[in-house]
Design a protein around this ligand. Structure first.
Ligand SMILES: [Fe+2]
Length: 426
């Protein structure tokens, strides 16, 4: 193992990034990601489903032992085993899972212990690996393990090392259990009650016949818009070509308040999606969002107060805010592996929140990936992430349900800037 790689590995070894050494070595070889991907696909026989658990167990044990040995007792034989293990993990597409398992057990599977709280959140200075223009080229791509080196699964405050901007604040296990229960009860079957969305553009990926047919078997062909590969016209088996453009259908549903300048609700704010269709259930869910709003105030007091002030100055509150929060709108996502995208419509300086619940069993993956900083965050039930989804390109790593029918239901809440123009605000 070249000395430089060894150093790089030692620098990164630890809870976050077992395989950072391999990542670094790849980038120093100047192998573009696309080439890596094809090599990986060509050289990577998939591990049979029933062997995955054993493989992960085996590799975790080996790698864990070597990490424990640390720098002092490093020996070459072990390094070779480790490299072999890491390569096998990469080939099997299990890199993220291995990293997750290598985290100290208390920081992965349970709520923060008193000692974690005493230690406080880890502070991360994130150095952008790509310029804003460069990262925009990922738009519409599917996030994979290759887009991040560090998986964050503990309390963390992450700032941009160049600008000082708070990129995200992550707090684990802070949502009260009662709020989680409400979310699960009200939204656990939302994907059976509402139609998939066909307007998510880059987040839904390039318009793709198979993905459209998976939810609409009556479709024969798709004709992507030459100027925008994320939307296009669909042609039905009957021969009819539908006039309006559509995107790939995804299980992502709006709730809360929207603003519509052009269509039915001219210049008006109005309850949207789930809130309009199921007003009683929506009323039941409000305490869940109030719990999120309270956490925003607790953990992001300056930002939350600025958002509250903005709501008052523009009279958006209380007509278009959810309960006592400074949040107007929600996206509820079910097993949604969003492709890289930017959210639209958020208040410019505002922060959005992300939380999740498990329904019908556990799952692995679904990490929120920020490719510009090469980090991902494992947001699980009860955790809350505060970030700027309209500023940082993001997407979700693949989700692997552990049981048939298991769902990751996630919630993005934000404050919609356009509501300040609604003529029917208070
Ligand atoms: Fe998003």
């Amino acid at each position: 193992m070249p000395e430089r790689d060894r150093e790089v590995y030692l620098r990164h070894a630890g809870p976050f990034s077992l395989s950072a050494a391999i990542g670094e070595r790849r980038s120093s070889d100047r192998a573009p990601v696309a080439v890596d991907q094809s090599r990986r696909i060509a050289a990577a026989p998939a591990v049979p489903e029933d062997e995955i658990e054993d493989q992960i167990e085996f590799l975790t044990t080996i790698a864990g032992q070597i990490v424990e040995e640390g720098e002092d007792s490093y020996d070459t034989a072990n390094i070779k085993v480790l490299i072999g293990a890491m390569q096998a993990v990469l080939d099997a597409g299990l890199e993220a899972e291995l990293r997750r398992r290598l985290l100290p057990p208390e920081s992965v599977e349970s709520r923060p212990s008193r000692s974690d709280v005493a230690r406080g959140p880890v502070r991360l200075a994130l150095r952008p690996a790509l310029s804003e223009e460069e990262v925009r080229r990922f738009e519409g791509e599917r996030p994979t393990d290759r887009h991040f080196d560090a998986l964050i699964a503990q309390d963390a405050d992450a700032h941009d090392a160049d600008t000082g901007r708070l990129v995200f604040r992550f707090r684990r296990g802070v949502l009260p259990a009662a709020a989680v229960r409400v979310a699960r009860e009200v939204f656990g079957d939302i994907d059976e009650r509402m139609k998939p969305s066909s307007s998510r553009m880059a987040a839904a990926g390039r318009l793709d016949l198979q993905r459209v047919q998976a939810l609409r078997p009556d479709v024969l062909a798709v004709h992507p818009n030459p100027e925008n590969p994320f939307e296009g016209q669909i042609e039905l088996r009957s021969g009819e070509v539908l006039k309006s453009n559509v995107c790939n259908p995804v299980k992502s549903f709006f709730a809360g308040y929207n603003y519509d300048r052009y269509r039915r609700y001219h210049e008006r704010g109005y309850p949207t999606g789930f809130s309009a269709r199921f007003p009683d259930d929506w009323a039941t869910a409000v305490p869940f969002f109030e719990a999120i709003g309270d956490l925003l105030l607790d953990h992001m007091p300056d930002e939350a107060r600025a958002m509250h002030r903005w709501c008052e100055e523009h009279s958006v509150k209380p007509a278009f805010t959810i309960g006592r929060t400074c949040l107007s709108t929600v996206a509820v996502n079910v097993n949604y592996e969003s492709c890289f995208h930017l959210d639209r419509g958020d208040m410019r300086d505002g922060y959005s929140t992300l939380t999740a619940v498990s329904v019908g069993g556990s799952y692995t993956g679904g990490y929120l990936v920020l490719p510009r900083y090469r980090v991902a965050v494992d947001v699980r039930e009860g955790d809350v992430l505060f970030n700027q989804s309209h500023v940082d390109l993001h997407g979700n790593a693949p989700i692997r349900p552990d049981a048939p029918g298991a769902k990751r239901v996630s919630f993005v809440t934000y404050l919609k800037e356009a509501l300040r123009r609604a003529e029917n605000r208070a």
